[in-house]
Design a binder for this molecule. Structure first.
Ligand SMILES: CC(C)(COP(=O)(O)OP(=O)(O)OC[C@H]1O[C@@H](n2cnc3c(N)ncnc32)[C@H](O)[C@@H]1OP(=O)(O)O)[C@@H](O)C(=O)NCCC(=O)NCCS
Length: 153
């Protein structure tokens, strides 16, 4: 990668504060109750081997949280610091997550993305297929009724 030495490593519980700071900067990465410190910790506890951080000079500059529900893989919170985008870091993070899922025999992964997020093109460039045969349906099980506003994936 040109100019900067980025290291991809497994995500740690101690990354929480800096990752929240990273994610808050992107409208495409909505933060919800699942992003509380407890929620983050529970996800990481179950899926640590599929979650990665891009580190530059000991700072977290990128992330991906993948999970496996024993049937399919799911991708959450892919993000790269705005000043470092376009240098291949997003691709490296996704390769790390996909390799980790693949190594555990996960056959297919899905992700949710808002229809107006430019990152759709990133995913298409990195081998993901846009589905037109599926509609996502959601039901709020704890909390307020679903309003259709951007609250969660
Ligand atoms: C999506 C994101 C992680 C991509 O990270 P990145 O480090 O800039 O991506 P890369 O440099 O690895 O790009 C890989 C390829 O995708 C292309 N690409 C990346 N972002 C793109 C965009 N917005 N539009 C078109 N192509 C894009 C690159 O040109 C590159 O193509 P190439 O390999 O053919 O040259 C980054 O744009 C981001 O953090 N976006 C905001 C957060 C977000 O919306 N995440 C998705 C939530 S579902």
């Amino acid at each position: 990668m040109s100019g900067v030495e980025v290291r991809i490593r497994n995500m740690e519980f101690s990354d929480y504060r800096s990752l929240i700071g990273l994610w808050e900067g992107f409208s495409g990465n909505t933060l919800t109750g699942a992003d509380s410190q407890v929620g983050f910790g529970e996800f990481l506890e179950r899926n640590r081997s599929y979650c990665f951080v891009a580190e530059l000079d000991r700072a977290a500059v990128g992330s991906v949280m993948a999970g496996y529900d024993s049937r399919r893989g799911y991708i959450y919170h892919l993000a790269v610091d705005g000043s470092l985008q376009g240098r291949g870091i997003g691709r490296m993070l996704m390769e790390a997550a996909e390799d980790a899922l693949r190594n555990d025999g996960v056959e297919k992964a899905h992700l949710f993305i808002y229809t107006d997020n430019p990152a759709i093109e990133f995913y298409e460039r990195t081998g993901w297929h846009r589905r037109t045969d599926i509609v996502v349906m959601s039901k709020v099980l704890i909390g307020d009724e679903f309003t259709g506003t951007r609250r969660d994936d």
